[in-house]
Write a protein that binds this ligand. Structure first.
Ligand code: DGP
Length: 113
């Protein structure tokens, strides 16, 4: 069964898309936890970081570079932002299609909750 994010990739459900290329799509989180809360999702359905393999290294590198570009394009790179990959239950993962959260527009706290 395809993930909710694959349904967004396939335009089966709507999203506010901010970036897309052959390998990934980026859209605004439906339940934002910061003034800027953007998700970046590979089109390949890797369930979580825990299931990624060495073969996925170029794709994961691509995502990190694109996360930086998206933050710059959206205007919150200089002020700062956080990139998060929630992984499995205790990591707070709800959608089992690996994704980066790009959070910005406010002061982030440490340690995270
Ligand atoms: P995580 O807990 O890391 O698996 O985060 C999943 C995120 O996905 C959560 O912040 C809410 C977001 N999300 C879930 N369903 C949808 C949706 O249908 N559309 C959008 N834009 N975001 C969604």
């Amino acid at each position: 069964m395809s993930s909710i994010f694959t349904k967004i990739i396939n335009r089966e459900i709507p999203a506010v898309i901010v970036y897309e290329d052959d390998l990934c799509i980026s859209f605004r989180d439906i339940d934002p936890k910061a003034p800027q809360h953007i998700l970046l999702v590979p089109k390949k359905e890797i369930k979580s970081l825990a299931e990624a393999t060495e073969n996925d290294a170029p794709l994961l590198g691509h995502l990190l570079i694109k996360a930086g570009e998206i933050a710059r394009d959206q205007g919150f790179s200089d002020s700062g932002y956080r990139v998060v990959i929630n992984t499995n239950k205790e990591g707070g993962q709800a959608v089992y299609h690996i994704h980066l959260h790009i959070l910005g527009g406010r002061q982030m706290e440490w340690p995270p909750g």
